[in-house]
Design a protein around this ligand. Structure first.
Ligand code: ADP
Ligand code: MG
Ligand code: ZN
Length: 466
């Protein structure tokens, strides 16, 4: 079975609020509290704290990093097992050009969904709300937003606004008071820093964790070591309040991890697969409605070596199918120029007609009444701009007579537009589109088929204005 990660994003537009400390130590605590739970950590920041804390050996060249993950590398190629059993992805200084690829907000969710990573993923972000941070926010089952003072609390509103803008449920967002100095006391009802921050947060409708993280000189010192290492709180600051606070946060996270049946990555992936399945279904339905034969020569089209270079569809969508390239050009040669195969200029004319037809859409609109019997033939550019209009007399059409010159045209019109008892369907017309003969069915794929109908709409507007 495919596995999906439960994702935690640590985010704040302010630097120095304790994001990286929270992300890295949380990974270690989670792993320590549940040994068999895979925990994977990576950062969009370029300070390499994660690398310094988790790498087992000195930085080797050529080992893939976050950049490769974002370029679409498979998770198993980029995740390394690090210290304390925590999986980590190396940081990168080259995420600048990634922004181009990340136009959409859900790209990272998709990558994580398809990554096959299980357990918990923790993402440490940069102090901004760029497209990568946004992706990390939307991918998260939980977002932890460290706040240490009023300015950082003030900044939270941008994250909440982002979720509002996109109509995403904000229940994943929670503030956590960080770097709380217990020596600071206030007079009045808000007796200390954390109570004040929490009161303001709640007043603004932000959810706040029950736990907070104290400021501790011991914790601060873990970063500054002569050997350049960064030590974890779990192993090097056990005696501190911060240790029990991390235990509490981790228990809280594990509780929601256990209670989550379908993670964001899983839900998004399921939705994507359904959308794909739906697309495929409509495509198959479109394939099913196709005429089996070329309506001009009557030959079966099943043979793949066929030259299926045109797709036709009637204005009422009742008849659709492929036509042979040579059938279409022969038909146009005779209908438009009265030329037949035995004429000396036929081949040259056919080449010319074929070349034009391959670059434009042909519209065939029969105008049959007691006064007239003609074909309103038009050519349009692929943008729907009318290039040519020609009236073609259709002698004997109604009587069902064939005269050699117009046979192919009459056949096509009769086959595609026939209505009740032999008459043509009123007001119907048909359009003939050039398609790629190597893969004609591609025209029925979602996007191309949509552009066929955009053109079809422009054509019907053009008919109304003339
Ligand atoms: N609980 C704490 N007590 C004391 N200092 C801390 C604590 N948490 C983090 N720090 C220090 O605060 C600084 C900023 O922390 P960091 O995690 O890098 O923040 P950010 O990632 O938000 O920029 C670092 O020097 C770190 O050692
Ligand atoms: Mg940081
Ligand atoms: Zn044919």
């Amino acid at each position: 079975m495919h596995s999906y990660p439960y994702t935690i994003t640590i985010s704040s537009e302010k630097g120095g609020v304790g994001k990286t400390t929270l992300a890295t130590n949380l990974a270690i605590y989670l792993k320590a509290m549940r040994e068999d739970l895979p925990v994977t950590l990576f950062s969009f920041d370029n300070h390499f704290t994660i690398d310094k804390m988790f790498e087992l050996q000195k930085r080797e060249e050529g080992v893939p990093d976050v950049h490769e993950l974002l370029m679409g590398a498979k998770a198993r190629e980029v995740v390394q097992t690090g210290q304390y059993g925590v999986g980590y992805i190396r940081s990168s200084t080259e995420l600048g050009d990634i922004h181009e690829r990340f136009k959409g907000p859900m790209s990272l969710t998709r990558m994580l969904a398809e990554s096959g990573i299980s357990g918990i993923v923790i993402i440490d972000t940069r102090p901004d709300l760029n497209i990568l941070t946004q992706n990390a926010l939307y991918a998260a089952d939980r977002v932890l937003i460290p706040v240490k003072d009023l300015p950082s609390l003030e900044n939270c509103k941008n994250i909440f606004a982002l979720f509002d803008q996109r109509g995403i449920d904000k229940k994943s967002l929670a503030l956590i008071p960080c770097l709380i100095d217990s020596r600071i006391k206030f007079d009045g009802i808000f007796k200390d820093q954390k109570t004040l921050l929490r009161a303001i947060a709640v007043n603004r409708g932000y959810r706040c964790l029950d736990t907070y993280i104290s400021k501790s000189p011991k914790v601060e010192s873990l970063n500054t070591n002569p050997d350049g290492k960064i030590y974890p709180i779990l192993t090097h600051a056990r005696g501190t309040e911060v240790h029990s606070q991390f235990m509490e946060i981790s228990r809280d996270i594990l509780r929601s991890f256990d209670a989550t049946k379908e993670t964001r990555a899983c839900l998004y992936h399921t939705w994507l697969l359904e959308k794909e399945a739906h697309k495929k279904e409509s495509y198959l339905a479109r394939l099913e409605g196709l005429a089996e034969r070329c309506l001009i020569c009557g030959a079966l089209l099943a043979d793949h070596s066929d030259d299926r270079s045109f797709y036709f569809e009637t204005s009422d969508r009742a008849a659709r199918g492929f036509l042979h390239g040579y059938c279409v050009s022969k038909m146009l040669c005779s209908a438009l120029y009265g030329l037949q195969e035995q004429d000396p200029s036929f081949d040259a004319a056919k080449a010319l007609v074929a070349e034009k037809a391959a670059r434009s859409v042909s519209l065939l609109l029969p105008r049959i009444s007691s006064e007239e019997s003609r074909l309103d033939y038009r050519q349009f550019s692929m943008n729907g701009e009318q290039l040519l209009q020609k009236n073609v007399d259709m002698p004997g059409f109604e009587a069902g007579e064939f005269n050699g010159i117009h046979d192919r045209l009459y056949l096509l019109l009769n086959e595609a537009l026939a209505g009740f008892e032999g008459a043509l369907r009123q007001e119907s017309w048909l359009a003939v589109y050039p398609v790629d003969p190597v893969n004609p069915e591609a025209v029925l794929h979602e996007d191309s088929y949509r552009s066929v109908h955009r053109l079809q709409k422009l054509l019907s507007e053009a008919i109304l204005t003339f």
